[in-house]
Design a protein around this ligand. Structure first.
Ligand SMILES: Nc1nc2c(ncn2[C@@H]2O[C@H](COP(=O)(O)OP(=O)(O)O)[C@@H](O)[C@H]2O)c(=O)[nH]1
Ligand SMILES: [Mg+2]
Length: 472
Protein backbone atom coordinates (compact mmCIF):
# COMPACT_ATOMS: atom_id res chain seq x y z
CA UNK A 1 0.00 0.00 0.00
CA UNK A 2 2.59 2.51 1.15
CA UNK A 3 4.96 1.46 -1.57
CA UNK A 4 2.41 1.68 -4.33
CA UNK A 5 1.27 5.11 -3.19
CA UNK A 6 4.84 6.25 -3.10
CA UNK A 7 5.54 4.83 -6.52
CA UNK A 8 2.46 6.57 -7.90
CA UNK A 9 3.72 9.78 -6.40
CA UNK A 10 7.05 9.41 -8.10
CA UNK A 11 5.56 8.70 -11.49
CA UNK A 12 3.37 11.75 -11.13
CA UNK A 13 6.34 13.87 -10.29
CA UNK A 14 8.17 12.80 -13.41
CA UNK A 15 5.05 13.30 -15.46
CA UNK A 16 4.46 16.75 -14.03
CA UNK A 17 8.00 17.68 -14.82
CA UNK A 18 7.49 16.34 -18.34
CA UNK A 19 4.33 18.41 -18.71
CA UNK A 20 6.15 21.50 -17.59
CA UNK A 21 9.02 21.05 -19.99
CA UNK A 22 6.77 20.40 -22.95
CA UNK A 23 4.65 23.36 -21.91
CA UNK A 24 7.44 25.87 -21.93
CA UNK A 25 9.22 24.50 -24.96
CA UNK A 26 6.33 23.48 -27.10
CA UNK A 27 2.62 23.95 -26.89
CA UNK A 28 0.84 24.98 -23.72
CA UNK A 29 -1.93 22.73 -22.46
CA UNK A 30 -4.77 24.02 -20.28
CA UNK A 31 -6.78 21.29 -18.60
CA UNK A 32 -10.23 22.67 -17.93
CA UNK A 33 -12.36 20.65 -15.51
CA UNK A 34 -16.13 20.97 -15.94
CA UNK A 35 -18.14 19.65 -13.04
CA UNK A 36 -21.43 20.06 -11.19
CA UNK A 37 -24.11 17.82 -9.76
CA UNK A 38 -26.28 15.74 -12.09
CA UNK A 39 -28.37 17.89 -14.46
CA UNK A 40 -26.53 21.09 -13.60
CA UNK A 41 -25.80 21.57 -17.31
CA UNK A 42 -22.29 20.17 -17.94
CA UNK A 43 -23.03 18.53 -21.28
CA UNK A 44 -24.82 21.58 -22.67
CA UNK A 45 -22.05 23.86 -21.38
CA UNK A 46 -19.25 21.95 -23.06
CA UNK A 47 -21.16 21.51 -26.30
CA UNK A 48 -21.99 25.19 -26.57
CA UNK A 49 -18.53 26.31 -25.43
CA UNK A 50 -16.85 24.22 -28.09
CA UNK A 51 -19.30 25.31 -30.81
CA UNK A 52 -18.74 28.94 -29.81
CA UNK A 53 -14.97 28.53 -29.85
CA UNK A 54 -15.06 26.97 -33.29
CA UNK A 55 -17.34 29.78 -34.56
CA UNK A 56 -16.50 32.77 -32.46
CA UNK A 57 -18.96 35.42 -33.64
CA UNK A 58 -20.71 35.47 -30.28
CA UNK A 59 -17.58 35.54 -28.13
CA UNK A 60 -16.60 39.23 -27.91
CA UNK A 61 -15.99 38.88 -24.17
CA UNK A 62 -13.04 36.59 -24.86
CA UNK A 63 -10.27 39.16 -25.08
CA UNK A 64 -8.03 37.27 -27.51
CA UNK A 65 -10.99 36.95 -29.85
CA UNK A 66 -11.83 40.62 -29.57
CA UNK A 67 -8.23 41.50 -30.35
CA UNK A 68 -8.42 39.34 -33.44
CA UNK A 69 -5.59 37.10 -32.25
CA UNK A 70 -7.33 33.74 -32.57
CA UNK A 71 -6.52 32.54 -36.06
CA UNK A 72 -8.09 29.12 -35.94
CA UNK A 73 -9.75 26.58 -33.67
CA UNK A 74 -10.01 22.87 -34.34
CA UNK A 75 -10.78 19.62 -32.58
CA UNK A 76 -7.95 17.15 -32.18
CA UNK A 77 -7.51 13.64 -30.82
CA UNK A 78 -7.24 13.87 -27.05
CA UNK A 79 -4.04 12.80 -25.28
CA UNK A 80 -5.70 10.39 -22.82
CA UNK A 81 -6.51 7.34 -24.86
CA UNK A 82 -8.38 5.42 -22.14
CA UNK A 83 -10.91 8.15 -21.28
CA UNK A 84 -14.13 8.22 -23.33
CA UNK A 85 -14.24 11.10 -25.78
CA UNK A 86 -16.89 13.75 -25.06
CA UNK A 87 -19.44 13.07 -27.78
CA UNK A 88 -19.53 16.64 -29.08
CA UNK A 89 -20.98 15.90 -32.52
CA UNK A 90 -23.96 13.91 -31.19
CA UNK A 91 -24.76 16.48 -28.51
CA UNK A 92 -24.50 19.37 -30.97
CA UNK A 93 -26.71 17.52 -33.43
CA UNK A 94 -29.38 17.16 -30.72
CA UNK A 95 -29.30 20.89 -29.96
CA UNK A 96 -29.30 22.03 -33.57
CA UNK A 97 -31.76 19.49 -35.07
CA UNK A 98 -34.89 20.77 -36.89
CA UNK A 99 -36.77 19.60 -33.76
CA UNK A 100 -34.05 20.47 -31.23
CA UNK A 101 -33.85 18.50 -28.01
CA UNK A 102 -31.56 18.44 -24.98
CA UNK A 103 -28.76 15.88 -25.14
CA UNK A 104 -29.04 12.55 -23.34
CA UNK A 105 -27.64 12.73 -19.87
CA UNK A 106 -24.23 11.17 -19.39
CA UNK A 107 -22.92 9.80 -16.16
CA UNK A 108 -19.25 9.29 -16.72
CA UNK A 109 -16.04 11.10 -17.21
CA UNK A 110 -15.22 12.21 -20.73
CA UNK A 111 -12.74 14.46 -22.44
CA UNK A 112 -12.26 16.55 -25.56
CA UNK A 113 -9.24 18.46 -26.92
CA UNK A 114 -9.81 21.74 -28.70
CA UNK A 115 -6.76 23.50 -30.05
CA UNK A 116 -6.52 27.21 -30.74
CA UNK A 117 -3.95 28.91 -32.95
CA UNK A 118 -3.28 32.24 -31.30
CA UNK A 119 -1.02 35.16 -32.15
CA UNK A 120 0.80 36.49 -29.09
CA UNK A 121 -0.22 39.81 -27.57
CA UNK A 122 1.81 42.88 -26.68
CA UNK A 123 5.56 43.09 -27.07
CA UNK A 124 5.93 39.59 -28.40
CA UNK A 125 3.42 40.18 -31.16
CA UNK A 126 5.95 41.26 -33.74
CA UNK A 127 8.64 38.78 -32.72
CA UNK A 128 6.82 35.48 -32.57
CA UNK A 129 4.55 33.65 -34.90
CA UNK A 130 1.25 32.16 -33.76
CA UNK A 131 1.39 29.33 -31.22
CA UNK A 132 -0.98 26.49 -30.58
CA UNK A 133 -2.71 26.30 -27.21
CA UNK A 134 -4.50 23.08 -26.34
CA UNK A 135 -7.63 23.19 -24.24
CA UNK A 136 -8.34 19.77 -22.76
CA UNK A 137 -11.88 19.83 -21.46
CA UNK A 138 -12.66 17.18 -18.85
CA UNK A 139 -16.30 16.52 -17.92
CA UNK A 140 -16.81 14.65 -14.63
CA UNK A 141 -19.66 14.33 -12.12
CA UNK A 142 -19.49 16.65 -9.11
CA UNK A 143 -20.71 13.76 -6.98
CA UNK A 144 -17.29 12.14 -7.44
CA UNK A 145 -15.53 15.07 -5.77
CA UNK A 146 -17.51 14.50 -2.61
CA UNK A 147 -15.82 11.11 -2.32
CA UNK A 148 -12.58 12.82 -1.35
CA UNK A 149 -13.91 13.07 2.21
CA UNK A 150 -14.03 9.27 2.40
CA UNK A 151 -10.27 8.92 2.12
CA UNK A 152 -9.69 10.23 5.63
CA UNK A 153 -12.38 8.04 7.15
CA UNK A 154 -12.54 4.50 8.40
CA UNK A 155 -15.58 2.40 7.63
CA UNK A 156 -16.72 2.85 11.20
CA UNK A 157 -16.51 6.66 11.03
CA UNK A 158 -18.21 6.82 7.66
CA UNK A 159 -21.04 4.50 8.77
CA UNK A 160 -21.61 6.55 11.91
CA UNK A 161 -21.69 9.89 10.03
CA UNK A 162 -23.93 8.60 7.28
CA UNK A 163 -26.43 6.94 9.60
CA UNK A 164 -26.72 10.13 11.61
CA UNK A 165 -27.34 12.16 8.42
CA UNK A 166 -30.10 9.73 7.41
CA UNK A 167 -31.69 9.49 10.83
CA UNK A 168 -34.10 12.36 10.34
CA UNK A 169 -34.87 11.90 6.68
CA UNK A 170 -38.36 10.48 6.34
CA UNK A 171 -37.62 8.78 3.03
CA UNK A 172 -34.58 6.99 4.49
CA UNK A 173 -36.55 5.12 7.13
CA UNK A 174 -36.95 1.96 5.02
CA UNK A 175 -33.20 1.60 4.74
CA UNK A 176 -32.64 2.71 8.34
CA UNK A 177 -34.88 -0.06 9.68
CA UNK A 178 -32.80 -2.67 7.83
CA UNK A 179 -29.53 -1.12 8.91
CA UNK A 180 -30.56 -1.02 12.56
CA UNK A 181 -31.73 -4.61 12.57
CA UNK A 182 -28.59 -5.90 10.85
CA UNK A 183 -26.17 -7.64 13.20
CA UNK A 184 -22.72 -6.52 12.08
CA UNK A 185 -21.05 -9.28 14.10
CA UNK A 186 -23.09 -12.07 12.49
CA UNK A 187 -21.41 -14.13 9.76
CA UNK A 188 -21.30 -12.39 6.38
CA UNK A 189 -24.23 -13.28 4.17
CA UNK A 190 -24.02 -12.06 0.58
CA UNK A 191 -27.80 -11.82 0.14
CA UNK A 192 -28.03 -9.53 3.15
CA UNK A 193 -25.11 -7.38 1.95
CA UNK A 194 -26.78 -6.99 -1.43
CA UNK A 195 -30.11 -6.16 0.14
CA UNK A 196 -28.56 -3.48 2.35
CA UNK A 197 -26.59 -1.99 -0.55
CA UNK A 198 -29.64 -2.02 -2.83
CA UNK A 199 -31.79 -0.24 -0.26
CA UNK A 200 -29.09 2.29 0.50
CA UNK A 201 -28.62 2.99 -3.21
CA UNK A 202 -32.31 3.31 -3.82
CA UNK A 203 -32.58 5.83 -0.98
CA UNK A 204 -29.78 7.88 -2.59
CA UNK A 205 -31.43 7.66 -6.00
CA UNK A 206 -34.83 8.60 -4.59
CA UNK A 207 -33.37 11.63 -2.82
CA UNK A 208 -31.70 12.73 -6.03
CA UNK A 209 -34.89 12.30 -8.05
CA UNK A 210 -36.80 14.38 -5.52
CA UNK A 211 -34.28 17.07 -6.25
CA UNK A 212 -32.23 16.89 -3.07
CA UNK A 213 -28.97 18.77 -3.34
CA UNK A 214 -27.68 16.98 -0.26
CA UNK A 215 -25.18 14.61 -1.76
CA UNK A 216 -24.18 11.73 0.43
CA UNK A 217 -21.09 9.85 -0.74
CA UNK A 218 -20.16 7.36 -2.20
CA UNK A 219 -20.72 9.22 -5.45
CA UNK A 220 -20.42 6.11 -7.62
CA UNK A 221 -23.51 4.52 -6.12
CA UNK A 222 -25.58 6.85 -8.28
CA UNK A 223 -23.21 6.94 -11.22
CA UNK A 224 -21.75 3.43 -11.26
CA UNK A 225 -20.65 3.30 -14.91
CA UNK A 226 -19.07 -0.08 -15.57
CA UNK A 227 -18.72 -0.86 -11.84
CA UNK A 228 -22.47 -1.55 -11.46
CA UNK A 229 -23.07 -4.71 -9.47
CA UNK A 230 -19.44 -5.21 -8.45
CA UNK A 231 -18.49 -5.80 -4.80
CA UNK A 232 -16.80 -2.38 -4.49
CA UNK A 233 -20.29 -0.91 -4.81
CA UNK A 234 -22.03 -3.51 -2.67
CA UNK A 235 -21.71 -2.06 0.80
CA UNK A 236 -23.79 0.15 3.06
CA UNK A 237 -23.48 1.81 6.46
CA UNK A 238 -24.45 -0.39 9.41
CA UNK A 239 -24.09 0.59 13.07
CA UNK A 240 -20.80 -0.78 14.37
CA UNK A 241 -19.13 -0.06 17.67
CA UNK A 242 -16.22 -2.46 17.95
CA UNK A 243 -13.35 -3.53 15.73
CA UNK A 244 -14.38 -6.00 13.06
CA UNK A 245 -13.82 -9.73 13.40
CA UNK A 246 -13.05 -12.16 10.60
CA UNK A 247 -15.93 -13.53 8.58
CA UNK A 248 -18.51 -11.05 9.85
CA UNK A 249 -20.79 -8.70 7.92
CA UNK A 250 -18.85 -5.86 9.51
CA UNK A 251 -15.51 -7.12 8.19
CA UNK A 252 -16.84 -7.60 4.68
CA UNK A 253 -18.44 -4.14 4.58
CA UNK A 254 -15.19 -2.65 5.81
CA UNK A 255 -13.18 -4.53 3.21
CA UNK A 256 -15.38 -3.28 0.37
CA UNK A 257 -15.36 0.26 1.70
CA UNK A 258 -11.56 0.21 1.76
CA UNK A 259 -11.51 -1.24 -1.77
CA UNK A 260 -13.82 1.54 -2.92
CA UNK A 261 -11.36 4.08 -1.56
CA UNK A 262 -8.26 2.54 -3.04
CA UNK A 263 -9.63 1.20 -6.33
CA UNK A 264 -12.24 3.79 -7.26
CA UNK A 265 -11.66 7.06 -5.41
CA UNK A 266 -7.86 7.26 -5.44
CA UNK A 267 -7.44 6.51 -9.15
CA UNK A 268 -9.92 9.23 -10.07
CA UNK A 269 -8.08 11.82 -8.01
CA UNK A 270 -4.71 10.67 -9.25
CA UNK A 271 -5.48 10.25 -12.94
CA UNK A 272 -7.90 13.09 -13.53
CA UNK A 273 -8.48 15.50 -10.71
CA UNK A 274 -4.86 16.22 -9.85
CA UNK A 275 -4.09 17.27 -13.42
CA UNK A 276 -6.72 20.00 -13.70
CA UNK A 277 -5.54 23.62 -14.12
CA UNK A 278 -8.80 25.55 -14.22
CA UNK A 279 -12.21 24.49 -13.00
CA UNK A 280 -15.79 25.49 -13.62
CA UNK A 281 -18.48 24.26 -11.20
CA UNK A 282 -21.95 24.51 -12.71
CA UNK A 283 -24.79 25.08 -10.29
CA UNK A 284 -28.52 24.88 -10.89
CA UNK A 285 -29.21 27.66 -8.41
CA UNK A 286 -32.62 28.52 -9.89
CA UNK A 287 -33.74 24.91 -9.51
CA UNK A 288 -32.70 24.92 -5.85
CA UNK A 289 -34.41 28.25 -5.17
CA UNK A 290 -37.58 26.88 -6.71
CA UNK A 291 -37.45 23.86 -4.41
CA UNK A 292 -37.14 25.98 -1.29
CA UNK A 293 -34.84 26.88 1.62
CA UNK A 294 -33.82 23.34 2.41
CA UNK A 295 -32.59 22.71 -1.13
CA UNK A 296 -30.66 26.00 -1.06
CA UNK A 297 -29.03 25.04 2.23
CA UNK A 298 -28.08 21.61 0.86
CA UNK A 299 -26.71 23.29 -2.25
CA UNK A 300 -24.63 25.69 -0.14
CA UNK A 301 -23.22 22.75 1.79
CA UNK A 302 -22.41 20.78 -1.36
CA UNK A 303 -20.65 23.82 -2.82
CA UNK A 304 -18.53 24.04 0.34
CA UNK A 305 -17.72 20.34 0.10
CA UNK A 306 -16.81 20.65 -3.57
CA UNK A 307 -14.64 23.68 -2.92
CA UNK A 308 -12.86 21.96 -0.06
CA UNK A 309 -11.56 19.30 -2.44
CA UNK A 310 -9.55 22.10 -4.07
CA UNK A 311 -8.07 23.21 -0.77
CA UNK A 312 -4.33 22.86 -0.82
CA UNK A 313 -3.19 20.42 1.85
CA UNK A 314 -6.71 19.23 2.48
CA UNK A 315 -5.68 15.62 2.29
CA UNK A 316 -2.44 13.66 2.30
CA UNK A 317 -3.13 11.98 -1.03
CA UNK A 318 -3.88 15.27 -2.73
CA UNK A 319 -0.90 17.08 -1.27
CA UNK A 320 1.26 14.32 -2.67
CA UNK A 321 -0.43 14.46 -6.06
CA UNK A 322 -0.51 18.23 -6.46
CA UNK A 323 3.16 18.76 -5.54
CA UNK A 324 2.69 22.41 -4.82
CA UNK A 325 0.83 22.81 -8.08
CA UNK A 326 -2.87 23.58 -7.88
CA UNK A 327 -6.00 24.70 -9.62
CA UNK A 328 -5.57 28.45 -9.70
CA UNK A 329 -9.01 29.58 -10.89
CA UNK A 330 -12.43 28.22 -10.02
CA UNK A 331 -15.63 29.61 -11.49
CA UNK A 332 -19.00 28.90 -9.88
CA UNK A 333 -21.56 29.50 -12.59
CA UNK A 334 -25.33 29.58 -12.06
CA UNK A 335 -26.63 27.97 -15.25
CA UNK A 336 -29.91 28.36 -17.12
CA UNK A 337 -30.06 32.14 -16.58
CA UNK A 338 -32.22 32.31 -19.72
CA UNK A 339 -35.13 31.36 -17.43
CA UNK A 340 -34.95 34.93 -16.17
CA UNK A 341 -35.45 38.26 -17.88
CA UNK A 342 -32.08 40.03 -18.00
CA UNK A 343 -33.41 42.57 -15.49
CA UNK A 344 -32.94 39.87 -12.85
CA UNK A 345 -29.53 38.56 -13.90
CA UNK A 346 -27.66 40.84 -11.53
CA UNK A 347 -29.68 39.42 -8.65
CA UNK A 348 -28.90 35.86 -9.64
CA UNK A 349 -25.22 36.79 -9.85
CA UNK A 350 -25.39 38.35 -6.38
CA UNK A 351 -26.97 35.17 -4.99
CA UNK A 352 -24.27 33.09 -6.64
CA UNK A 353 -21.56 35.39 -5.27
CA UNK A 354 -23.02 35.09 -1.77
CA UNK A 355 -23.21 31.31 -2.06
CA UNK A 356 -19.60 31.21 -3.28
CA UNK A 357 -18.44 33.40 -0.41
CA UNK A 358 -20.35 31.13 1.96
CA UNK A 359 -18.75 28.06 0.41
CA UNK A 360 -15.29 29.62 0.80
CA UNK A 361 -15.97 30.24 4.48
CA UNK A 362 -17.45 26.81 5.02
CA UNK A 363 -14.53 25.13 3.32
CA UNK A 364 -12.00 27.46 5.01
CA UNK A 365 -10.74 27.96 1.54
CA UNK A 366 -7.83 30.23 0.81
CA UNK A 367 -6.42 28.93 -2.41
CA UNK A 368 -7.39 29.65 -5.96
CA UNK A 369 -9.08 32.76 -7.23
CA UNK A 370 -12.84 32.10 -7.31
CA UNK A 371 -15.59 33.95 -9.14
CA UNK A 372 -19.37 33.74 -9.49
CA UNK A 373 -21.43 34.33 -12.61
CA UNK A 374 -24.91 33.79 -14.01
CA UNK A 375 -24.82 32.22 -17.47
CA UNK A 376 -26.87 30.30 -19.98
CA UNK A 377 -24.87 27.91 -22.12
CA UNK A 378 -27.69 27.75 -24.62
CA UNK A 379 -30.29 30.43 -24.65
CA UNK A 380 -33.73 28.79 -25.07
CA UNK A 381 -35.91 31.88 -24.54
CA UNK A 382 -36.61 35.39 -25.76
CA UNK A 383 -37.68 38.28 -23.53
CA UNK A 384 -41.10 39.81 -23.49
CA UNK A 385 -42.97 42.36 -21.35
CA UNK A 386 -46.57 41.57 -20.53
CA UNK A 387 -49.30 43.53 -18.82
CA UNK A 388 -50.95 41.62 -16.04
CA UNK A 389 -53.51 43.13 -13.67
CA UNK A 390 -52.18 46.59 -14.36
CA UNK A 391 -48.52 45.64 -13.85
CA UNK A 392 -45.74 45.26 -16.34
CA UNK A 393 -44.22 41.80 -16.00
CA UNK A 394 -40.78 41.04 -17.42
CA UNK A 395 -41.25 37.55 -18.87
CA UNK A 396 -39.34 35.07 -20.95
CA UNK A 397 -40.92 33.17 -23.83
CA UNK A 398 -39.99 29.73 -25.06
CA UNK A 399 -41.16 26.33 -26.20
CA UNK A 400 -42.38 24.26 -23.26
CA UNK A 401 -40.58 20.99 -22.82
CA UNK A 402 -43.62 18.86 -22.04
CA UNK A 403 -45.89 19.73 -24.97
CA UNK A 404 -43.91 21.96 -27.31
CA UNK A 405 -46.32 24.90 -26.89
CA UNK A 406 -44.92 28.43 -27.00
CA UNK A 407 -45.53 30.21 -23.72
CA UNK A 408 -44.53 33.36 -21.90
CA UNK A 409 -43.52 32.78 -18.34
CA UNK A 410 -42.92 34.92 -15.29
CA UNK A 411 -40.80 33.06 -12.75
CA UNK A 412 -41.21 35.49 -9.86
CA UNK A 413 -38.87 38.04 -8.40
CA UNK A 414 -35.49 37.17 -6.94
CA UNK A 415 -34.69 39.31 -3.90
CA UNK A 416 -32.19 42.09 -4.35
CA UNK A 417 -30.47 41.11 -1.12
CA UNK A 418 -29.21 37.49 -1.26
CA UNK A 419 -29.51 37.27 2.53
CA UNK A 420 -33.27 37.09 2.09
CA UNK A 421 -32.73 33.65 0.58
CA UNK A 422 -29.59 32.48 2.33
CA UNK A 423 -30.79 33.47 5.81
CA UNK A 424 -33.92 31.27 5.86
CA UNK A 425 -31.93 28.49 4.14
CA UNK A 426 -29.33 28.50 6.90
CA UNK A 427 -31.99 28.62 9.60
CA UNK A 428 -33.76 25.58 8.18
CA UNK A 429 -37.03 27.30 7.20
CA UNK A 430 -39.63 25.13 5.48
CA UNK A 431 -40.70 27.64 2.83
CA UNK A 432 -39.85 31.11 1.56
CA UNK A 433 -41.80 33.67 3.54
CA UNK A 434 -42.69 36.30 1.03
CA UNK A 435 -42.25 35.00 -2.46
CA UNK A 436 -42.62 31.89 -4.49
CA UNK A 437 -40.28 31.15 -7.29
CA UNK A 438 -41.51 29.09 -10.22
CA UNK A 439 -39.36 26.92 -12.40
CA UNK A 440 -40.24 26.05 -15.93
CA UNK A 441 -38.48 23.80 -18.35
CA UNK A 442 -38.05 24.96 -21.90
CA UNK A 443 -36.99 22.98 -24.93
CA UNK A 444 -34.07 24.36 -26.89
CA UNK A 445 -35.17 26.94 -29.46
CA UNK A 446 -34.90 26.26 -33.18
CA UNK A 447 -31.66 27.80 -34.33
CA UNK A 448 -30.87 29.69 -37.45
CA UNK A 449 -27.16 30.34 -37.26
CA UNK A 450 -25.37 32.93 -39.35
CA UNK A 451 -22.02 31.62 -40.62
CA UNK A 452 -19.33 32.42 -38.08
CA UNK A 453 -21.74 32.39 -35.14
CA UNK A 454 -22.07 29.67 -32.54
CA UNK A 455 -25.30 28.93 -30.64
CA UNK A 456 -26.83 31.83 -28.64
CA UNK A 457 -25.77 31.99 -24.99
CA UNK A 458 -25.57 34.35 -22.06
CA UNK A 459 -22.10 35.33 -20.81
CA UNK A 460 -20.42 32.15 -21.99
CA UNK A 461 -17.68 34.40 -23.41
CA UNK A 462 -17.09 36.00 -20.01
CA UNK A 463 -16.92 32.59 -18.41
CA UNK A 464 -14.35 31.53 -21.03
CA UNK A 465 -12.34 34.69 -20.42
CA UNK A 466 -12.16 34.04 -16.69
CA UNK A 467 -11.35 30.36 -17.15
CA UNK A 468 -8.60 30.51 -19.78
CA UNK A 469 -8.63 33.89 -21.56
CA UNK A 470 -5.52 35.02 -19.65
CA UNK A 471 -3.55 32.10 -21.10
CA UNK A 472 -4.31 32.89 -24.75
N1 LIG B 1 -32.90 26.79 -20.57
C1 LIG B 1 -31.74 26.18 -20.41
N2 LIG B 1 -31.72 24.90 -19.95
C2 LIG B 1 -30.54 24.30 -19.80
C3 LIG B 1 -29.29 24.93 -20.11
N3 LIG B 1 -28.29 24.08 -19.84
C4 LIG B 1 -28.87 22.93 -19.38
N4 LIG B 1 -30.22 23.05 -19.37
C5 LIG B 1 -31.21 22.06 -18.89
O1 LIG B 1 -30.59 21.21 -17.94
C6 LIG B 1 -30.65 19.86 -18.36
C7 LIG B 1 -29.41 19.12 -17.94
O2 LIG B 1 -28.31 19.58 -18.70
P1 LIG B 1 -27.05 18.62 -18.97
O3 LIG B 1 -26.05 19.44 -19.70
O4 LIG B 1 -27.45 17.34 -19.58
O5 LIG B 1 -26.59 18.38 -17.46
P2 LIG B 1 -25.42 17.42 -16.90
O6 LIG B 1 -26.12 16.26 -16.25
O7 LIG B 1 -24.73 18.26 -15.88
O8 LIG B 1 -24.53 17.06 -18.05
C8 LIG B 1 -30.87 19.92 -19.86
O9 LIG B 1 -31.52 18.77 -20.33
C9 LIG B 1 -31.74 21.17 -20.00
O10 LIG B 1 -33.08 20.86 -19.70
C10 LIG B 1 -29.35 26.30 -20.58
O11 LIG B 1 -28.32 26.96 -20.86
N5 LIG B 1 -30.59 26.86 -20.72
MG1 LIG C 1 -23.69 15.33 -18.76
Amino acid sequence: MVISTLADGITRRVETLGDRISETLFEPVIRLGVTGLARSGKTVFITSLVANLLDRGRMPGLVAQQQGRIEAAFLQPQPDVTVPRFDYETHLAALTAPEPHWPESTRMISELRLSLRVRPAGLLAGLQGPRTVHLDIVDYPGEWLLDLGLLDKSYREWAKDTLSRLENRADAQGFMARARSADPEAPHDEAQAQDLAARFTSYLAGARDLGSYDCIPPGRFLLPGDLAGSPVLTFAPVPVTTASRRGTLHREMERRFEAYKSRVVQPFFRDHFARIDRQVVLVDALGAIHRGPRAVDDLARSMGDILSSFRPGRNALLSQLWHGRRVDRILFAATKADHLHHGQHARLTAIMAALTRGARDRAQFAGAETAAMAIASLRATTEETRRHEGHELACVRGRLLEDGRQAAFYPGELPEDPARLLGPAREGADAWLDAEFEAMRFAPARLVLTPGDGPPHIRLDRAAQFLFGDRL
